[in-house]
Write a protein that binds this ligand. Structure first.
Ligand code: WT7
Length: 613
């Protein structure tokens, strides 16, 4: 009881699913070798040895991702190629990236950024985003990306919670999302705007500066004084990623420099990246995938990262795969479903023969999509599972390993996972401080991980109790329900909480409810994820109105617009008016009941529902 689980046929029903495993001979000997052998022999200490480190036991992600190559054999290899619609492609070699991130680090230091300070971007995929991310790390500060499709409210809240000191953004986002709330952000000292200056409209206030000016001055300062990358300790904070929970404010997952050991090892084993490989990750760097595998992991491997600032467009995507001769492609189920909609024939109009490995993450990958990959690309899609909190891939279908369509794959070497028996609330059950690890290959439980992998989050910023609650009896609890079959393959079953997954992005229902509650007509809101064939789920809100308000189509539209304006892309797409919302006796809106009703499922245990008088 407790949760509405959208059982997946292949996941919960036991057996190994109807579809046979797909075993193809890889086009290149996979770096992981044989998974079973690697699992026995691999240690994180060994992976640390694949990196260089800094004198005195220091470790800095940016050194491993950029400087090590930029001042070594890979200096002239292209590190990042930036594609943009209607604009020429630009690229930076590892040597250029090493130098320009030095300049950026100096710029941030000259703006007063010190070790541990937070620096945010609110930018599309662009050179400025890469430079800020890596320059921040070089300066020993903490990089925190924000999703550019967020509206004003999520942006304001994250800047506030993060105590962010410098924000790099563009003039449109600044004007619409930041300027109006600037007086509520006392920690935000400087905003750097990347597209000012061109038309002589350089921002004039001291706190809003033009990127070009800042970089020009930093470049001179670098020539005068030089720059040395900050010797961060392995356990020093490096990255801050906001993620959504079922209640309360967004959680700021803090990652440390040591995470780079996991970024690197997983980029090798799961993405199979070697120096010079042409690699495209479609994730937005505003979310964790875009940082771990759009920036850090592939660069530590010396790969060439392709990045495109344009939104999804099937023909454009196939053209990029063809023209850029992409070898490794990391994307998401929603994107694959959008490609599938256009038919396999479209894929066959392009020469995709460079592709060697296709990988997916973020939400359940339908077995149909795995098989479609076989037709469209000649390669099965390889699913991977991880979370903001895990920082890096934890479960994966590895190259060279038979793919079981519908399974997330097997644990990363060096990582121990367990499926824990559930208690009455649907989460891992704790009896006398202990949990029970299930060994029945058909049993569904909460997926848990033994702490000790290097990219494990080390805190929820400012919320140590919330952090402590994520661990029980020596396990990190993921909040996902899964099954572990007899051969060590994990099958995703559902979430154990109310968090919504839309197009691969986690959305906290509480955040959406709070924003809608600010509309004067609204009395109460309950938000659920409604299944959607393309996005997995969309956000649907159930709204009761204040006493004198009457439901109408125009009010519904007004609320949709209100939500869009406040929340941006995480706003509800559907709104339904209700007379009453179901509550628990303690007064909380019962989202699971709203969801069960929406889906026409049994309402389950109603013992905690408040009885209407
Ligand atoms: C949640 C984490 C993965 C990094 C980006 C998203 C869901 C993730 C899969 C998968 C089924 C998946 C889980 C997880 N999820 N990968 N392969 N199959 N579900 O990170 O925003 O923290 O989301 O995404 O529910 O807990 P995130």
């Amino acid at each position: 009881m407790g949760e509405v689980v959208l059982e997946r046929d292949e996941g919960a029903g036991g057996g190994e699913g109807q579809r046979p495993p797909i075993a193809l001979t890889p086009r290149r000997a996979p770096l992981i070798g044989d998974w079973a052998v690697r699992r026995r022999t691999f240690t994180w200490r060994q992976a640390r040895g694949w990196l260089e480190g800094l004198p005195g036991g220091a470790l800095n992600i940016a050194h491993e991702a950029v400087d090590r190559h930029g001042r070594g054999d890979l200096a002239d290899v292209v590190a990042v190629r930036f594609l943009a619609r209607n604009e020429p492609t630009t690229e930076l070699t590892y040597a250029e990236l090493a130098r320009q991130t030095d300049v950026t680090a100096v710029a941030l230091q000259d703006l007063g950024v010190r070790r541990g300070d937070r620096v945010c971007t609110l930018l599309p995929r662009s050179p400025e985003l890469y430079l800020t991310a890596l320059g921040t790390l070089k300066a020993g500060a903490v990089y925190c990306p924000l999703f550019p499709a967020f509206g004003m409210e999520p942006v304001r809240q994250r800047l506030e919670l993060g105590g962010v000191r410098v924000l790099v953004t563009d003039s449109e986002s600044y004007a619409n999302k930041v300027a109006p709330v600037r007086d509520r952000l006392p920690d935000l000292q400087t905003v750097v705007v990347v597209d000012a200056g061109g038309a002589g409209d350089e921002p004039s206030t001291a706190e809003v500066m033009a990127w070009e000016t800042v970089m020009q001055e930093a470049s001179e300062s670098l020539q005068r004084n030089g720059f040395e990358i900050v010797s961060t300790r392995p356990d020093e904070p490096a990255l801050l990623h906001f993620t959504s929970g079922t209640t309360g404010r967004p959680k700021g997952a803090v990652h440390v420099h040591e995470a780079v050991v996991a970024h690197h090892a997983t980029a090798r084993f799961s993405l199979d990246l070697s120096p010079g490989d042409l690699y495209w990750c479609t994730a937005d760097p505003g979310w964790v995938t875009g940082t771990s595998y759009g920036i850090i992991g592939p660069l530590t491997c010396g790969a060439t990262v392709i990045t495109d600032s344009a939104d999804f467009d099937a023909k454009r995507w196939y053209s990029i795969l063809q023209d850029e001769k992409v070898e490794v492609f990391y994307t998401a189920p929603t994107a694959l479903r959008m490609l599938m909609r256009r038919g396999v024939e479209m894929a066959h109009d392009y020469d995709l023969s460079s592709l060697r490995h296709v990988v997916s993450v973020g939400e359940p990958l339908n077995p149909e999509a795995v098989l479609w990959g076989l037709e469209a690309f000649g390669l099965p899609v390889h699913d991977t599972w991880w979370q903001t909190e895990t920082g890096a891939i934890i479960v994966s279908n590895y190259p060279g390993m038979p793919v079981r369509p519908g399974s997330m794959g097997r644990p990363m070497p060096g990582v121990e996972v367990g499926v824990l028996e559930r208690g009455a609330d649907g989460r891992a059950g704790v009896v006398d401080g202990h949990v029970h690890v299930l060994d029945d290959p058909h049993a569904v439980g909460e997926l848990a991980i033994r702490p000790g992998w290097p990219s494990m989050f080390r805190d929820y910023l400012g919320e140590p109790e919330r952090y402590a609650k994520a661990f029980v009896d020596g396990w990190y609890l993921t909040g996902d329900l899964a099954r572990l079959d007899g051969d060590g393959y994990l099958w995703f079953v559902g979430r154990a909480d109310d968090v919504i997954k839309s197009a691969g992005h986690l959305i906290g229902p509480f955040e959406v409810e709070s924003a809608l509650m600010e509309h004067p007509a609204v009395a109460e809101v309950g938000v659920i994820g409604k299944p959607d064939p393309l996005a997995g789920e969309i956000v649907k809100a159930f709204v009761t109105l204040k006493a004198d308000m009457v439901p109408s189509e125009s009010l519904r539209r007004e609320l949709i617009t209100f939500g869009r304006k406040r929340l941006g892309s995480v706003a509800p797409r559907e709104i339904a008016f209700e007379e009453h919302l179901p509550h628990t006796r303690s007064g909380k809106v019962m989202r699971r009941l709203l969801k069960a009703r929406e889906l026409g499922l049994p309402e389950g245990d109603l013992s905690t529902v408040e009885r209407p008088a």
